[in-house]
Structure formats: C-alpha cells, structure tokens
Write a protein that binds this ligand. Structure first.
Ligand code: FES
Length: 183
C-alpha cells in the first residue's frame, strides 16, 4: 500500500516537472515570437522615420559620339552589372540622336536585342517587342505595359556619357573595362 502511494507520488512529481518544463518552453517561444515581431515592426518604423538616401548615380564615359553612325548600337556594362543597350538613331549632332535602354526584359529578365530590319527591340523568351524608344508594343510586356528602363545620356565635347547607379567596387573585384565596341 505504502509502495503504491510512493509510486503515485513519484508519478505526480514527474508530471508536475514535465508541465513546468513545457510551460517554461512555451513561455520562452512566446517571448521570442514577441521580440521577433516587435523587432520587425521596429525596423519597419525606423525605415519609415529615417528613410535611406536615394541611390547615388554617376556619369560614365561611353564612347566618342563620332564613332557611332545612325543605326549603330553597342552594349555598355554598368558597374552594377546591368547591361545597357546604347543606340544611335539619327545624326543631328545632339544627345537626342542617342538612346540608352536596359537590355533586361521587364517581363522575366531575358536579354532583349535590337532588330534593325524590324526597327524594334525583341525579347526571344516570349516574343516581347519594344519600339525604338523602349516602349513595350507586343508580347507579355506589351500586355502589361512594361517598357524598357531608360538611362539618361549627355554629350560633352563630342563624348557620350551615361548616368548609372553608383556602385563602389571592392578592391578585389576584377575590373572589366568596356570595350567601346560598336556593333
Ligand atoms: S522575358 Fe521577355 S517577353 Fe518574357
């Protein structure tokens, strides 16, 4: 009888210990969830109250304007890795002769290329088409109104410059100079 009572007492005490451990663990999990939740809220609030500066940009030399004739195009690689298609569409001698567009399709990111014969940019992935100014005209980008990103250009003393996001290159990054090759 006494033996049975001792066993019941031991079992009760084990149950109490298990409950204590489980209660403690769930309390800890709840506290961790609250900290994570308030942390995310705090980070969002800090971003709202102290917005980061807009991305810096800089002008980079592309090519001597005289090296491109009307109808020529070239690919310029920006420091952030973006490839920019630069085309000359007329020869009036001002910056309006040139156009710089992202060669990344805004639909799903394939590379677009210039089709001189059709006077359009073409994306082979889903037959996306864009007019010479980069405006979407067909395929999924045309349906969604997703035009090609346009980069500002300027001409100074016959030299063409493009404005691109400023990216600091690490000292160990291999620097690949733009070839300036005109297609
Ligand atoms: S990725 Fe260019 S049309 Fe789909």
């Amino acid at each position: 009888m006494a033996e049975a009572h001792r066993n019941e007492t031991a079992a009760d005490s084990e149950g109490v210990d298990r409950r204590t451990v489980l209660t403690g663990a769930s309390g800890l999990a709840m506290a961790a969830g609250l900290v994570a939740g308030y942390g995310a809220f705090g980070a969002a609030a800090a971003r709202y109250l102290y917005p980061s500066e807009p991305a810096k940009k800089r002008w980079l030399f592309v090519v001597e304007a005289a090296r491109m004739k009307s109808g020529d195009s070239m690919v310029f690689r920006a420091p952030d890795g973006a490839s920019v298609a630069i085309a000359r569409q007329s020869e009036s001698g001002n910056v309006g002769d040139f156009l710089a567009l992202s060669s990344v399709c805004p639909h799903l990111g394939c590379q677009v290329h210039w089709e001189g014969a059709a006077n359009r940019f073409f994306c082979p992935c889903h037959n996306g088409t864009f007019d010479p100014s980069g405006r979407a005209t067909g395929g999924p980008p045309g349906e969604a109104g997703q035009s090609l990103l346009r980069y500002p250009l300027k001409l100074e003393n016959g030299l063409l410059f493009v404005e691109v996001p400023d990216v600091k290159l690490a000292a160990t990054d291999p620097v690949k100079p733009n070839s300036g090759e005109v297609c």
